[in-house]
Design a protein around this ligand. Structure first.
Ligand SMILES: [Zn+2]
Length: 524
């Protein structure tokens, strides 16, 4: 039986890759495309990695796995914690492959902390606390250290390197080089059936430096001619070299997949959704915003942190949304991207003020106000599309979804601003739905229509003849596995996804994860 090798470039988009391919900067990716077929791969709504990768892992939409944002709310409270692997409320293909006895390797797959108990090796991806084990088996990190190929966690924080692109690029190349060596070691030291690695330097770099490589960025014509342009392309060249190395370690009849979890568009303007709701008259900030507000920004943050520690607030209320709930009708409920807004509904929210009888009217009003808001500096609308929850989400966990969902217009991010609307500061790019896929292997044929990210789990299981315990919303991509292969419906094997001794994150761990999320600009 052929094996499956999957390389994920988080956030890769043909808009950015094609000019590099045309210049011959990505010869190994070009060779893979020449051997197989390429297409757009459609992501999820919302289009961020924390909703997308669980959709990849489960083959179902966020409404069925329940992860909509990097934070999840403790029901009946305003307390929020960073999401973890345990937040995924559907069984993943990792568990199914493991139950089928397949040996697998996962490197840096986002949202795999705490590391699940699987057959094979796993290095948790996403945002990690510094203390607890981030690998499966737990001693894998130590074995990598001993082998001289230690795995560096986290890193590449934009706010640390805000307006210091050369220092950022040096760290991105350094961290990634170490991860490539560790991944090669795992490839060489595992008898794998399935091996996947995700590379986040593409996403991180495109967020802060799309103005060099995104042809639709207004500064691209100038910046792409500066010496730094080649340094930004080096981030992609490094991963292209690694792609060549990984593919060379695979067999001729292995199936190779190259994907991204979402695409990217350039940004020159940014919105802060809570501030916009305040400007539109639907939200009032709490006085605490005066203290919490500056945390995100540069040197102020360290000072504020210290004050925070002295006041004993650290890790307790730090994820608090600085909103005066008794004066607020609508608030941002996907805080990482600003793509979701909810109504402060009485009976559902801890301090809800909107009567259930007024829900539809208030929601329509908020939707009209958001959709018709124009940027005073450009005359453009930042919101490209707006939906009611039930138009997008129908699954078992749809109740937890935002009441209103939005897609940002071109050149706009709905997050990462300090005020309602402003020129983007360090941000040069943000997510869009159209990601990428390349497939090569013995059964691969041309894609007839763009596949979906949720097609990957059934496709991987079909390729490896692993029975599925989940009714996938996505389909088996016969363009990848051939017309014969299908997913066998399997009994749920009943194995716990995370071993029993691992509980949900502690306040301290949540705090460390949150610190890193701040570094990535996702929290204020
Ligand atoms: Zn991103």
């Amino acid at each position: 039986m052929s094996r499956v090798l999957l390389i994920g470039w988080d956030g890769a988009d043909w808009r950015i890759l094609d000019p590099m391919l045309d210049q011959g900067a990505l010869p190994n990716l070009q060779a893979l495309i020449d051997r197989g077929h390429r297409s757009v791969l459609k992501s999820t709504i919302p289009t961020h990695s924390w909703a997308a990768w669980p959709s990849f892992m489960t083959g179902v939409d966020p409404a069925d796995h329940g992860v909509y944002d990097i934070l999840e709310t403790v029901p009946g409270t305003h307390k929020q914690y960073p999401v973890t692997y345990k937040s995924i409320k559907e069984r993943t293909f990792l568990a199914d492959l493991s139950a089928a006895g397949k040996e697998a390797v996962y490197a840096d797959l986002p949202l795999t902390f705490p590391p699940p108990d699987i057959k094979g090796k796993l290095i948790a991806g996403g945002v990690l606390p510094k203390g607890p084990a981030f690998t499966w088996p737990h001693d894998l990190a130590g074995r990598l250290d001993k082998a001289g190929v230690p795995w560096p966690i986290n890193g590449m924080s934009w706010t640390t390197y805000r307006n210091k692109p050369d220092a950022y690029l040096a760290e991105a190349l350094d961290v990634t080089a170490k991860r490539i060596r560790a991944t090669e070691w795992m490839m060489d030291n595992t008898d794998w059936d399935f091996l996947m690695s995700v590379w986040v330097s593409v996403d991180r770099t495109q967020h802060c430096l799309s103005n060099y490589i995104g042809p639709d960025h207004p500064d691209y014509p100038t910046l792409s001619k500066t010496p730094r342009y080649q340094k930004v392309v080096d981030v992609f060249r490094q991963l292209d070299d690694a792609l060549g190395s990984f593919v060379s370690k695979a067999d001729e009849d292995d199936t190779i997949l190259f994907i991204s979890d979402h695409g990217f568009q350039s940004c020159s303007r940014a919105v802060h959704m809570d501030h916009l709701l305040a400007k539109l008259g639907y939200l009032k900030f709490d006085v605490s915003n005066v203290i919490y507000g500056p945390l995100q920004w540069g040197p102020m943050r360290a000072v504020a942190r210290k004050a925070y520690d002295l006041l004993g607030l650290h890790g307790k209320v730090s994820l608090k949304q600085p909103v005066s709930w008794k004066n607020t009708k609508a608030y941002t409920s996907i805080r990482s991207t600003g793509e979701g807004v909810s109504i402060n509904l009485a009976g559902r929210e801890p301090d809800g003020i909107v009567d259930p009888g007024d829900f539809e009217r208030v929601r329509d009003e908020v939707m009209d106000a958001l959709a018709s808001f124009t940027d005073p500096d450009t005359g453009k609308t930042p919101v490209k599309a707006i939906y009611k929850r039930e138009e997008i989400f129908k699954g078992r966990h749809a109740d937890a979804a935002p009441d209103i969902l939005m897609e940002p217009a071109e050149q706009y991010s709905l997050t990462h601003a300090k005020t309602a609307i402003e020129a983007a500061d360090w941000l040069a790019g943000d997510h869009r739905i159209d990601g990428v896929i390349v497939a090569a292997g013995p059964n691969v044929s041309e894609f007839t229509e763009p596949p979906l990210l949720i097609d990957m789990a059934p496709t991987i299981l079909a390729a490896l003849d692993g029975p599925a315990s989940v009714e996938h919303t996505g389909r088996v991509l016969h363009e990848v596995v051939g017309s014969e292969a299908n997913v066998r419906a399997g009994e749920a094997a009943g194995t716990a996804q995370v071993s029993e001794d691992e509980t949900t994150v502690t306040d301290t761990e949540a705090d460390e994860m949150e610190e890193h999320l701040r570094g990535l600009g996702y929290l204020e």
